[in-house]
Design a protein around this ligand. Structure first.
Ligand SMILES: Cc1cc2nc3c(=O)[nH]c(=O)nc-3n(C[C@H](O)[C@H](O)[C@H](O)COP(=O)(O)O)c2cc1C
Length: 368
């Protein structure tokens, strides 16, 4: 079976597969990343200004590993040079107490074709005392302003946050509105349910993190709307974990054409699942979900019917007369399957059309 490409981007950076290596201070550098077959390796976290560098040195004295360089810029430049030489996509996770060093490093990172990840995640008291790391999420005006200023450099920007520190959805919306490209969310105890809420409430690319150790845990995040999953500890404990997850994700992508296909709405899936819903003919979760998304039933039907001029328009023998109303390929249905068979439409082609339909729904929802 030939490989179906993932077609992933963050900003203008193309990423070959949806696995991400999450940063681990003092550990995740280019030589660690080389042997992990991730699409994107986030190196760091790096400390950019004197207060965070000094705090990192104090943490090292206490036995924590850190990248505590007096001159971080040449180190970062060299690391990105290595990653470019071996043709691997990189991000740089960075902490600072002020904006200026972030702007300077953003310019360098953009020149090198990489991604900047603003660290609003670290919770070491030494960093928090300086207002760096997750403290940033407690001042949404400042966070928003920093994102806007950093984006002036055009660097592709991810913001790393931890769930449960402040109101998660409000935080995600602020990050989205300020213009970041991606949210890298350590879901902590909230798991895939939080990913679904962020998917429905924002247009951000989502890198879902925490306790991804195998394909099962990755798939749960993907089917709730994660574009990427990231791995930290499992990549240390066992450097084959990433390879194994990637093999499974690729084979699902090859079989189905949509590696992060959502669950059905009636099974608790995110808004993309509207692509598989049927006509609004009975009391079911569809009605509630449409209301929540600010899409009227008429608009819903219109969007579905606009896909009748694609191959989904076939299938007079299906429940509602065309496959725009049909369900996910992994749910057995002899009427849909016989239509696909008769017309020579592959499962991948069917699901890729459903994916386009899902994208239409996302572009029509109310993002207040
Ligand atoms: C030793 C270690 C160092 C870490 N350093 C950073 C860091 O510098 N910046 C950051 O955003 N997250 C850091 N993290 C958090 C991880 O990126 C990740 O969010 C967390 O470990 C949960 O993911 P996991 O369950 O895959 O390990 C670190 C984690 C570990 C274990």
């Amino acid at each position: 079976m030939s490989q179906v490409a993932f077609q992933l981007t963050i900003g203008d950076v193309q990423i070959p597969n949806p696995l991400v290596l999450a940063s681990m201070a003092g550990l995740t550098n280019s030589s660690f990343a080389i042997s992990r077959s991730v699409g994107l390796a986030i190196l760091g976290g790096y400390n950019l200004d004197a207060p965070t560098i000094e705090a990192a040195k104090e943490l090292v004295k206490k036995g924590r590993s850190e990248f505590a360089y007096d001159e971080p810029t040449p180190v970062i430049e060299n690391e990105l040079g290595i990653m470019n030489t071996i043709n691997r996509k990189a991000g740089i996770n960075a902490r600072s107490t002020t904006l200026e060093p972030l702007i300077a490093i953003a310019e360098l990172i953009h020149q090198k074709g990489a991604i900047l990840e603003l660290n609003a995640h670290c919770r070491q008291p030494e960093m928090e005392a300086l207002g760096a790391g997750q403290c940033l999420t407690r001042d949404l005006n400042k966070l928003s302003e920093w994102i806007r200023e950093i984006k002036q450099t055009d660097v592709p920007l991810s913001v790393k946050v931890r769930a449960g520190v402040v109101a998660d959805i409000e935080l995600a919306k602020v990050i989205d509105k300020a213009g970041a490209d991606a949210i890298h969310v350590d879901t902590m105890d909230s798991g895939p349910a939080l990913v679904k809420k962020i998917r429905d409430a924002t247009a951000l690319k989502i890198i879902a993190n925490n306790s991804i150790v195998d394909y099962g845990s990755a798939h749960k995040m993907f089917s709730m709307g994660a574009d990427y999953v990231s791995v930290a500890r499992a990549a240390v404990a066992d450097n084959t974990a990433v390879d194994e997850i990637l093999t499974e994700v690729q084979s699902f992508q090859d079989a189905v054409g949509w590696y992060n296909a959502p669950k059905h709405i009636c099974a608790g899936g995110d808004l993309r699942g509207l692509a598989y819903c049927c006509m609004p003919v009975k009391e079911c979760p569809l009605r509630y979900v449409l209301k929540r998304a600010g899409i009227s039933e008429e608009e819903y039907v219109q969007i579905k019917e606009s896909f009748n001029n694609t191959k989904l328009g076939a299938g007079p023998g299906t429940c509602f007369g065309s496959m725009v109303w049909c369900c996910k390929i992994t749910r057995p249905c002899p009427w849909r399957d016989s239509t696909l068979y008769d017309l020579g439409i592959s499962d991948v082609e069917y699901m890729q059309l459903k994916k386009q339909l899902a994208e239409r729904f996302l572009s029509c929802r109310d993002l207040d």
